[in-house]
Design a protein around this ligand. Structure first.
Ligand SMILES: [Zn+2]
Ligand SMILES: [Zn+2]
Length: 158
C-alpha cells in the first residue's frame, strides 16, 4: 500500500456503487468486509438468486442519491434496502448490529478488489445453484465463534 492510499484510509472514498437506474448512489469511506454469500430463502427470493454481500460501518456509508431508496422490513429485526424504480437490492440491516450495514456487492462499481470467503444457509440454496467448495460453508447461520461483521482480520480477511 503506498503512502497516498494509507493517508486516504478512513477519510476518503474507498468504494462507490449504485442501483441499476442511479436512483440510489452511495460512497463508502471505510473498510469493506470480504463477501459473504447468503443462500437463505428470503435472500434467494429478494435477490433472485442469493445475496452476495460486503459490509461496512454505518457511519462509513454515505448516500449521495437516495431519492428512490426504500426499505422492506421483512421482520421486526431485519430489513432490506432497495430502489423503488429499478428494483435493485442494495442494503441489508439487522437490529442485531445497528452499527453495520451489509451492501449487496453486485451494486459496487468494478473492480471491487473483494473476494468471496464464506457461504451461509447453503442448506436453503436453490437446487440449480452450484455451491463453491473452495469457500467456507455452513448449512445455517455462522457459528458464534466466526465473526462475520467485524472479522476483517480473523477468518474473513485471508
Ligand atoms: Zn434504481
Ligand atoms: Zn439471507
Amino acid at each position: 500500500m503506498d503512502d497516498a492510499r494509507l493517508m486516504a484510509r478512513g477519510n476518503d472514498t474507498q468504494a462507490t456503487g449504485r442501483c441499476e437506474c442511479g436512483g440510489v448512489q452511495y460512497r463508502v469511506t471505510g473498510e469493506l468486509r470480504q463477501v459473504v454469500h447468503c443462500h437463505c430463502t428470503p435472500c434467494r427470493r429478494i435477490t433472485g438468486h442469493h445475496m452476495a454481500a460486503t459490509a461496512t460501518h454505518r457511519d462509513d456509508l454515505h448516500l449521495d442519491v437516495e431519492s428512490n431508496l426504500m426499505w422492506y422490513s421483512r421482520t421486526s429485526e431485519v430489513r432490506y434496502g432497495f430502489c423503488n424504480r429499478c428494483g435493485s437490492t442494495l442494503f441489508w440491516m439487522s437490529t442485531d448490529n445497528v452499527s453495520t450495514v451489509a451492501i449487496a456487492a453486485g451494486t459496487l462499481d468494478q473492480p471491487t478488489g473483494l473476494r468471496s470467503v464464506l457461504a451461509i444457509y447453503t442448506g436453503e440454496a436453490s437446487d440449480f445453484h452450484v455451491l463453491d467448495d473452495s469457500i467456507n460453508s455452513y448449512r445455517g447461520d455462522v457459528p458464534g465463534d466466526v465473526s462475520v461483521w467485524s472479522g476483517l482480520e480473523k477468518g474473513l480477511g485471508n
